[in-house]
Design a protein around this ligand. Structure first.
Ligand code: ATP
Ligand code: HMH
Length: 301
């Protein structure tokens, strides 16, 4: 599938929570890295007892346990990109942000995980300010969903216009690129129901859209998307091309699992689908994924 230079394999480190159900968190991240032919490593921040119906328990690890994992990885294996997911609380955020400031010289994708799909908090709501003050400044790319973009900005994000406004506000805190994901927002463009991810960087918006899939099998979509971006960055891809590849991958992964019978609630996605790559992504354009390739759509920009 992929060719890697002899002796070299791109390495991606995920700093996130464990999902016993296997569809989100560390498990989704490592399955995704593997599918992009990237070597995956993990520093676990918390163990969750979780399935497709919800979260039954959350067991945070101490900042020291998190830091020791990070040091073990940095002292020996190294990494070409980092992704952060569920971090739990402000103490974990300070520890991880200081580690990344001292030891990471590679791209960092921050998925500011706050609440699981069923409504269980995965970050103490009082600690949103720690994300803003400590995590946003170290992020190369941040990938909030609509409720997370609302929590980070105070803007009630329910439409494309509000995604754009929130992206500009979040960028003021330091990340080089902001992706406000459209999974929670119904967007009708040219009479099609689309899931549109809004990307903001260097004063310009770029849009990645795909048809909205009518399915409840969306457990872990955000984790899969952000770890696909980090995997592509680890491979040396440009940020916009990495986001396009991740969007195509999550679209295919949702499609791939729509007839699965795994669990009784929000089922997981299929991480075994093939990635799709494109090199020709220009900032400022609107792109639509048709399941096979990206189409540039000037008419709906
Ligand atoms: N029904 C859908 N059809 C097509 N794409 C979708 C759908 N739901 C989500 N996506 C895509 O999946 C990616 C993740 O978006 P989403 O907003 O669901 O993240 P999330 O809420 O953080 O996910 P989670 O909390 O389950 O990990 C985005 O690229 C989004 O456009
Ligand atoms: C561990 C974990 N991280 C992130 C999410 C968000 O999907 C989840 N449900 N569980």
């Amino acid at each position: 599938m992929f060719k890697t230079t002899a002796g070299h394999i791109a390495r991606m480190l995920t700093i996130a929570g464990s999902d016993s159900g296997g569809g989100a968190g560390i498990q989704a991240d490592l399955k995704t890295a593997h599918q992009f032919a990237v070597y995956g490593m993990s520093a676990i921040t918390a163990i969750t007892a979780q399935n497709t119906l919800g979260v039954q328990g959350v067991f945070p690890l101490s900042p020291d346990a998190i830091l020791q994992q990070l040091r073990s990885i940095a002292d020996d294996l190294g990494f070409d990109a980092v992704k952060t997911g569920m971090l739990g609380d402000a103490a974990a955020i300070y520890t991880i942000a200081s580690f990344l400031t001292e030891r990471a010289t590679c791209p960092i994708v921050v998925d500011p995980v706050m609440v699981a799909k069923g409504g269980t908090p995965l970050l103490d709501p009082a600690d949103v300010q720690a994300v803003i003050e400590h995590l946003l400044p170290v992020a190369t790319i941040i990938t909030p969903n609509a409720p997370e973009a609302s929590a980070l900005t105070g803007i009630d994000v329910q439409s494309l216009a509000e995604c754009k406004a929130a992206a500009v506000r979040i960028a003021e805190h330091g990340p080089q690129m902001v992706v406000v994901k459209g999974g929670h927002i119904a967007t009708d463009i040219a009479e099609r129901e689309l899931s549109v991810d809004v990307v903001y960087a260097n004063g310009r918006f770029t849009y990645f859209a795909a048809p909205r899939l009518q399915t409840a099998k969306t457990h872990g979509t955000g984790c899969t998307f952000s770890s696909a971006i980090a995997s592509c960055l680890a491979r040396g891809m440009e940020p916009l091309a990495a986001i396009a590849s991740a969007k195509a991958f999550i679209h295919r992964a949702i499609l791939g699992a729509r007839n699965w019978d795994v669990g009784h609630g929000h089922g997981p996605t299929d991480h075994s689908v093939q990635p799709v790559f494109t090199a020709n992504i220009a900032p400022g354009m609107f792109y639509l994924f048709d399941g096979e390739q990206w189409l540039e759509r000037n008419d709906i920009a």
